[in-house]
Design a protein around this ligand. Structure first.
Ligand SMILES: Nc1ncnc2c1ncn2[C@@H]1O[C@H](COP(=O)(O)OP(=O)(O)OP(=O)(O)O)[C@@H](O)[C@H]1O
Ligand SMILES: [Mg+2]
Length: 492
């Protein structure tokens, strides 16, 4: 950062106090010669991040969606990281495609363009299939990207270890676990067969979502380092002028981005976890097209219910309930005071409730949330990292489409729908039904199991069985289980 001049930009963006600047300049002094040079034609922050490596680019992409946190100027510089990074030569990509697909490129395609977009791990070419004449997008991994990521992730492990050793306050943030999680995410991203599978599962889940499209995967033309998709073009979702000129309703688009994400997270438990502007376009008919399925988030049924209850509690301003849910799920240590936590949550929720989002300082809000997690000794939950990261990104994208969008207003109908279908009586009935099915699978063996339990019980000397009341309870439980199974399966 020192060598590229990004240090000053960052210090200014965060209004760093004088003592911090002094430390940064003193420690950074030798790096004006030792640091990576990067590409001098880029603006400082982008130049520094691209010189550092692909893992840092991922981080920069998240920041690029939050001009309200990093500043307009910085966010604009960082947007280059989304899909306009320097590409590698077309010949190299063609050689890679030929190697991966086992046939020469001019045999598979009648046309193969120069790179049309390039981001952290791959670049994309437009091509036409010889067999069918279909227009496609061919995504090719960057040469050496695996090694570059390894180097970055190793550096992150090193930093996490240092933080765990020397910053006791950082322990609750579980730096090593966070990096291990990140490492796993990145590994998945570097195998395009996994991305193809993700694209196909996501397409199945979302086939009925109005105003949403995904390019289809062409499995026969895809491999580990090459992926071919149907061509799907539109206007960049980050280009407000272009959207206005084409007559798209930006407010509606912003709301749709948010509600699609919430629906995917709650309804399907499977969501696109890399929703920065470079991965979305707006089709001519107004549909949102999503690309890039390298990072997908998965949340289990239980976590989804917890998440829905938390969102619902905030929407209803029932901070007590939100606090209780945090304790029930173990997000806040049981030793803390639930009422006090509820009050801290009220201080988060009340000032922003019903407020036009333009008046909310997201930087301050995130800061305060962070303080709350610290005060109540909350630890990082790795299963929630992708969800939290995506909420930050998606809300940023929606706000850049229309600064007045309020996430709570948009979330209300989606969350209410989910609560109705997943937490109310219908959900209980469905849970019971599923339990019955599991029991039914053991059906043929249940009578013998109960009989054996009862015989064992009868044969036990009276005094011994009296000391083991649980055995009697277990036998009774099994008998009730069999009965319930028979009744429920019959009813189903
Ligand atoms: N099917 C498609 N049709 C048209 N353009 C596409 C298609 N797929 C991808 N693109 C374009 O190529 C760009 C780069 O592709 P992609 O986002 O998959 O790469 P990436 O390196 O994985 O990105 P990231 O850094 O976000 O992980 C996209 O931003 C999009 O503009
Ligand atoms: Mg991308």
């Amino acid at each position: 950062m020192v060598r590229t001049g990004a240090m000053n930009v960052v210090l200014d963006a965060f209004d760093a106090p004088a003592p911090l600047r002094m430390v940064a300049y003193t420690l950074g002094w030798p790096f004006q010669w030792l640091g990576y040079k990067g590409d001098p034609s880029m603006p400082p922050a982008t130049r520094a991040i691209t010189a550092l490596g692909p893992a840092y680019i991922k981080f920069g992409q998240v920041l690029s969606t939050r001009p309200d946190v990093v500043g307009e100027d910085m966010a604009r510089q960082l947007r280059v990281l989304q899909d306009k990074l320097p590409p590698f030569p077309r010949e190299v990509a063609m050689a890679e495609v030929a190697k991966e697909l086992g046939r020469p490129v001019d045999e598979i395609f009648t046309e193969f363009s120069e790179p049309i977009a390039a981001a952290s791990i791959a670049q994309v070419h437009r091509a036409r299939l010889t067999e069918t004449g279909q227009d496609v997008a061919v995504k090719v991994l960057r040469p050496g990207v695996e090694r570059a990521f390894r180097k970055d992730v190793d550096a992150f492990y090193f930093a996490a270890r240092i933080a765990e050793l020397f910053a006791p306050g950082a322990k609750r943030l579980r730096p090593m676990d966070v990096i291990t999680h990140f490492d796993g995410v990145v590994r998945g991203e570097l195998d395009l067969r996994l991305e193809s599978a993700a694209a196909s599962e996501f397409a199945d889940n979302t086939s009925n979502d109005a105003g949403f499209q995904l390019p289809p995967v062409l499995w026969n033309y895809s491999a580990r380092r090459v992926m071919t998709l149907g061509w799907a073009d539109g206007l960049p979702i980050g280009d407000n002028d272009a959207l206005d000129a084409a007559g798209h309703d930006r407010h509606a688009l912003g709301e749709r981005v948010l509600s699609l994400f919430l629906n995917h997270a709650l309804r399907d438990g499977y969501f696109h976890a890399d929703m920065h502007q470079g991965n979305m376009k707006v089709a001519a008919n107004g549909d949102i097209i999503a690309y890039d399925f390298g990072i997908m988030g998965h949340i289990d049924l239980y976590t989804r219910r917890v998440y829905a209850e938390i969102l619902y509690g905030f929407i209803k301003r029932d901070y007590q309930r939100v606090a209780e849910v945090h304790f029930e799920a173990g997000y806040v240590p049981a030793t803390q005071d639930v009422d006090e936590f509820a009050r801290a949550l009220r201080a988060v929720g009340e000032p922003i409730f019903g407020m036009d989002a333009t008046h909310i300082s997201m930087g301050r809000l995130l800061n305060y949330l962070f303080e709350v997690t610290e005060r109540f000794g909350m630890e990082t939950r790795t299963e929630l990292i992708l969800l939290q990261r995506t909420m930050v990104v998606v809300e940023g994208v929606a706000r850049s489409l229309d600064p007045r969008i309020n996430i709570w207003d948009v979330a209300k109908p989606v969350v209410e729908d989910y609560i109705k279908s997943s937490i109310g009586p219908r959900a209980i009935a469905s849970d019971l039904g599923k339990t019955a099915l599991v029991l039914a699978r053991f059906g043929p063996r249940l009578p013998t199991l109960v009989e054996r339990a009862l015989i064992a019980q009868a044969q036990e000397p009276e005094d011994k069985s009296a000391r083991r009341p649980w055995k009697r309870a277990a036998a009774a439980g099994a008998a009730v289980g069999v009965l319930a199974t028979l009744i429920i399966t019959h009813a189903i």
